[in-house]
Structure formats: structure tokens, C-alpha cells
Design a protein. Structure first.
Length: 496
């Protein structure tokens, strides 16, 4: 520790966001460029000599947070980068996109604002790229064994990079025209500019990883054919089977899934489209679902100049502070959080009827109604109690020209034929079943990420990718692996 009393003398200070009126006119990241470095060493200096760092346990990657906090406080950026990359392949992704369960587990968070772990992480990652501390790490020798990774989200990319560095010849297959999965087509650019993804992919190419885009396994290439080509297969296709909303009027035009809407906005940013076919410009937008995907839709619709945007959350308005009885430290609490998108909607007044920012809490959709042309024009909702039961005399109607369903995902999409062609077994939850070595019931086929775990966080996806890589390496070598395995397939976040 550079200053054992730093947490007592220095208040928490976060990376400032750009003014709302400025940032909603572009798709750049919401934070003030260059404003993090002047404060980050002081923030890292707040890290306590806590003895048992619960942030390790809260983070599935096992990030060495106190170590790189201390190094940043001393401004030893090279050593901090080494310690950060020792456990995390893509800290520039997690530093921007992870909700930071590590901060919920920070010992200081028992009775004070936590260390700004996420900000320190992204500062180290960005400095590493600027200073050349993250060069490609190609293997010294090749093993002669081959692996196909199906899916190029964070789990697939982490698995591919680890296996390539271990000396195996790895090819990543992606059905979209660009690599990245939801990082490419799903996460809006205002949360993470795609240059961060592109830069990491160039590193992986230099290390020897091969990428095959616009290739759907099960259609363009048969699953059995791919299995015959490679010594091992890793299924990391994500949980892309979205949940539906079975209410009257669902068939009306203008009601779309969030993951039909968000990729089109990303394609506009990529230059593929001039205007999204589902643009919210001039429309009354209602987003059904209170999670991060719904917030991404909110920020996107605001930038597309919607007439109004309202987000419905079936859960009640969260408390401002942790409930120690139901969600004690160090679990990740459900508290009121104001994302950049919600801040924008609040300041711009996009939803006059909202409870807070743009959200209506404890709200359940009853039905949709439309015009004579069959296009949605209104959403009818009702307030619900803590058991999600409708409350009498609480119905209301919202104007709705565009409805976006952000209700989460149930498991991997089976429409491409991959799972059925391989004969991979699913569990009762609809995700891919696997044993303690991340192996499926099909010899040589492994599964990682949301396709097997179910919908989760980016930090868990990267941990899954690293862990499955170690399992595949063991299987190919017939013995031990030098690759780290931060989690097991049955590990779950801490709960009370």
C-alpha cells in the first residue's frame, strides 16, 4: 500500500461523463476523454490493506485487484498491466461493460463508497495500449492440434486466445459478417467504441488465431463436417434465444425484439447503413424490460431522436442503499443505479409519466392495440405488487409506435441446426449440458459462456472462456495444462 490511510482521506471520484446535450448528438463513449488519468492514481490509493480481499471472490476472473491498485497508485503502469492481463484477456471490455461485482465485494463498501475498481481497470488497459504494454504473445511452438471455436463473443474470444497462446491452431467461426458477437452487434458504441474490439482482434490475428466470418455452422458447414476437421470443438454461441411476451396484440407491426433493433444501430455506426430500418426517429417508444439491454435500447432511441421513450420494469423501484437483511455485503445488491442512458432520458424528459428517469417500475404489460393498418399505437399496462400480481384500478395507456422487447434470453438458438446435428444434450433450463471439465456428451465437444451457463455478465463469459481453454488443453495434451481455470462450470455468483 502506498498510503494506508488513503481510503480515509480521499473520497470516491468517478470518471466524469460528457454533458448530456453533447453526447446524445453522437455515438462516442459517454465519458470525458482524458479525464480519468488525472484522478485514477488517487482513487487506486484508496484501496485498503484489508487482509482478505473479497473483491477477488466477487470477481469470477479472480482479478488481482489490490496488487494492481497499489501499482497504479505508484504509477507503475507496466507492472499494473502485467498483473491485470495475468487474469483478464480483455480488461478494456470489462472496464467499460461489466457492472463491477468486485466493487460490491470491496471491503471498504461495508460502510463507505467502494474503490473505483472498474475505472482503475480501464485506465490500466487503455494505458497499456498507449504505451505498448500489450504486444501479441504468439506461442513458441505449435502443438499440432487443432480447435474450432464456434462464436466470437467474449467467451469464444477468450477461449481462442488462450488456446492459441498454448500452441494449438485455432479457428473462430462467426455467423455474422464481423467478429465480436454481441460486442460487435448488440453493445452500443456509446458504451464501447468498436476500435477497442478491433485493436484486440488485431492482436489475436498477430498471435495466430484465424477468423472465419459469415459462416453458420449447421448450415454453411455441417456440424459433423467441422467436427471431423478439428481435434476439439468449443461451442460459445451465446444465449441468443430471446424470451417472448405472450399478450394480445403481440402480432402487430412495430413490435420487435431488442436484438433485432440494436444490431441495426451498430451497423449504422459501422457505415453499413445510412439509417436503421427500425429507427426510432419521431416515434413514441416503449421498452419492455428493465435490464441492461433495455437501457441500451433507451440510449439508442434517445440518439435516434425519438418523440418519447419509456422503459417498463416489472420490479419495484429499488432502494438507494443495500438491504443488509436480504442482500448483505459482499453480494451484488439490487439498488437504484443511474446508467448513462437513464441520466440522458431523465435530463431530456423523454418519459413524462415515468417514476424515475425514463422508467416505470412495478409495471406489467397487459396488451397492445393498433390502428386499422395493423401497426401498434398503444401499450396498455397495469401496476403489480411484490408478487407481480395486478393491482386494481392502476391501468394506464402509453402511446407506442415502436415497442422493443428486452426480456432476456433462455438459451442457445437451435435454428441453425448446430446442436441437433452434433447431438449435444441440453439440461432442463434449455442450455447445453456439460460435465466438470466443460465437456458435452459428445466426445471432443466443449461448451462455454451463455450457451451453457445461461444469460450472464461479460466477466463471467471471459472467465468461462479461460476455464474451457484449460479443459480443452488438458484433453488435447492428455494431462495437465498450464492454462489457468478461474471457475468451474457449476460456479455461480455469491448470494445470501
Amino acid at each position: 500500500m502506498a498510503d494506508p490511510k488513503g481510503f480515509m482521506s480521499t473520497p470516491r471520484e468517478e470518471w466524469p461523463r460528457r454533458p448530456v446535450e453533447e453526447r446524445v448528438r453522437d455515438w462516442n463513449e459517454v465519458y470525458v476523454p482524458g479525464a480519468l488519468l488525472p484522478i485514477i492514481s488517487r482513487q487506486a490509493n484508496r484501496c485498503m490493506d484489508c487482509g482478505i480481499p473479497f473483491c477477488h471472490e466477487a470477481c469470477p476472473l479472480g482479478n488481482l485487484i489490490p496488487e494492481w491498485n497499489d501499482l497504479v497508485s505508484r504509477e507503475d503502469w507496466r507492472a499494473a498491466s502485467d498483473r491485470l492481463h495475468a487474469t483478464n484477456n480483455f480488461p478494456e471490455f470489462t472496464g467499460r461493460l461489466c457492472p463491477a461485482p468486485c466493487e460490491a465485494g470491496c471491503v471498504l463498501a461495508i460502510n463507505q463508497p467502494a474503490i473505483t475498481i472498474k475505472n482503475v481497470e480501464v485506465a490500466i488497459a487503455d494505458r497499456a495500449w498507449e504505451e505498448g504494454f500489450a504486444p501479441p504473445c504468439p506461442p513458441e511452438r505449435l502443438s499440432g492440434r487443432t480447435v474450432a471455436v464456434i462464436g466470437s463473443g467474449p467467451a469464444g474470444l477468450a477461449a481462442a486466445q488462450q488456446l492459441t497462446r498454448a500452441g494449438h491452431t485455432v479457428a473462430v467461426y462467426e455467423r455474422a459478417d464481423r467478429i465480436g458477437g454481441l460486442l460487435r452487434y448488440g453493445i452500443p458504441a456509446f458504451k464501447m467504441e468498436k476500435r477497442h474490439l478491433n485493436r484486440r482482434l488485431e492482436q489475436m490475428r498477430a498471435e495466430g488465431t484465424k477468423f472465419r466470418t459469415s459462416t453458420t455452422i449447421g448450415k454453411d458447414i455441417g456440424a459433423d463436417e467441422l467436427r471431423a476437421r478439428y481435434d476439439a470443438l468449443v461451442i460459445a454461441t451465446g444465449a441468443t434465444a430471446w424470451r417472448e411476451l405472450d399478450v394480445p396484440g403481440r402480432e402487430l407491426a412495430g413490435i420487435h425484439q431488442a436484438m433485432q433493433y440494436l444490431p441495426l444501430a451498430d451497423r449504422v455506426c459501422e457505415g453499413d447503413l445510412e439509417v436503421s430500418p427500425l429507427s426510432a426517429v419521431g416515434k413514441h417508444v416503449v421498452i419492455v424490460g428493465g435490464g441492461d439491454t433495455g437501457a441500451d435500447c433507451l440510449g439508442t432511441a434517445v440518439r435516434e431522436r425519438a418523440a418519447s421513450v419509456t422503459q417498463l420494469d416489472i420490479y419495484p423501484l429499488p432502494q438507494a442503499e443495500r438491504d443488509e437483511d436480504t442482500e448483505p455485503w459482499p453480494t451484488y445488491p439490487k439498488i437504484y443505479r443511474l446508467s448513462g442512458a437513464h441520466e440522458e432520458a431523465r435530463d431530456l424528459g423523454t418519459a413524462p409519466a415515468a417514476d424515475a428517469d425514463a422508467r416505470l417500475f412495478a409495471a406489467s404489460t397487459l396488451r397492445f392495440t393498433g390502428d386499422t393498418d395493423g401497426h401498434v399505437r398503444a401499450l396498455h399496462l397495469v401496476e403489480v405488487d411484490e408478487r407481480r400480481q395486478p393491482m386494481p384500478d392502476t391501468g394506464r395507456t402509453l402511446p407506442a409506435d415502436l415497442v422493443l422487447l428486452a426480456l432476456g434470453f433462455s438459451g442457445p438458438d437451435r435454428g441453425d441446426g448446430l446442436i441437433d446435428q452434433l447431438g449435444v444434450a441440453l439440461n432442463a433450463r434449455g442450455t447445453i449440458a456439460r460435465d466438470e471439465d466443460f465437456a458435452t456428451n459428445v466426445p471432443g465437444v466443449y461448451a462455454a459462456g451463455d450457451a451453457a451457463r445461461g444469460q450472464s455478465l461479460i466477466v463471467w463469459a471471459i472467465a468461462e472462456g479461460r476455464a474451457v481453454a484449460a479443459a480443452v488443453d488438458r484433453g488435447l495434451s492428455g494431462g495437465a495444462s498450464r492454462l489457468p481455470a478461474p471457475i468451474g462450470p457449476y460456479d455461480r455468483p455469491m448470494t445470501a
